[in-house]
Design a binder for this molecule. Sequence first.
Ligand SMILES: [Zn+2]
Length: 113
Amino acid sequence: MHELSIVMNILNTVEDNAQKHKAKEIKEIELEVGLLSGVEFSALDFALNNAPKSHIFQKTQFKVLKIQALAKCNDCLNEFETSNYATPCPRCQSIKTTLIKGNELRIKSFSFD
Ligand SMILES: [Zn+2]
């Protein structure tokens, strides 16, 4: 399961950081997940709740922020919201567009005690 390995990576990253700060428990982890990241949100929720976790995550609240995808037209520089990788520019109909937001999956922040 793809989402489970993503979650394990996230937990490892946060735990490494937490150890550097001598944290006892992680209170909250905020994730930013683009709508075009390929992540299944229900599977991600399930993985966050069910992944094997070390004790520092026992009371952790997970917040998943969905990021709307944004593309930019290479011809007229118009920026527009999109729901897939290959939407023509709504202003000039150019197909030379670049996705500038919406495929990310990152830890936005976390807080600890
Ligand atoms: Zn355009």
